[in-house]
Design a protein around this ligand. Structure first.
Ligand SMILES: [Zn+2]
Length: 121
């Protein structure tokens, strides 16, 4: 069971909704934009590099939006199942203040820091 009361959960749910409303149009926009024609003859080398970079940036951004939207969906599932607000790694409660700042957090601050150190790119 979660340590958060109904009011806190409602406030956090509201934050998730708001974030989703911000992200969703951005994600849809990027997805609807037609890809540059891969058969197009490159004008020169610089043009090609530019196009590749742009495409890569756009893909990375899309991936980022997608990831955040997935995080939001997962956070809602955790709320529904009563697992929300519990650290994935140590099983301790994630403080409400931390969740307010980052409603999709799945780790407490020390575990998140350790995770980032371990998986830093
Ligand atoms: Zn932890």
């Amino acid at each position: 069971m979660t340590h958060l009361d109904r009011e806190q959960l409602a406030a956090l749910g509201e934050r998730l909704d708001r974030r989703e409303r911000e992200l969703d149009p951005l994600y849809q926009q990027g997805r609807d934009r037609p890809s540059p024609n891969p058969l197009r003859e490159p004008q020169d080398l610089a043009d090609t590099a530019e196009g590749v970079n742009e495409e890569r940036d756009r893909a990375a951004l899309q991936q980022h939006y997608r990831g955040e939207l997935d995080d939001i969906a997962r956070a809602r599932e955790r709320m529904a199942s009563g697992e929300y607000g519990v650290c994935d790694d140590c099983g301790l409660e994630i403080p409400y203040e931390r969740l307010l700042a980052n409603p999709t957090a799945t780790r407490c601050a020390p575990c998140q820091a350790r995770h980032e150190r371990t998986f830093a790119v």
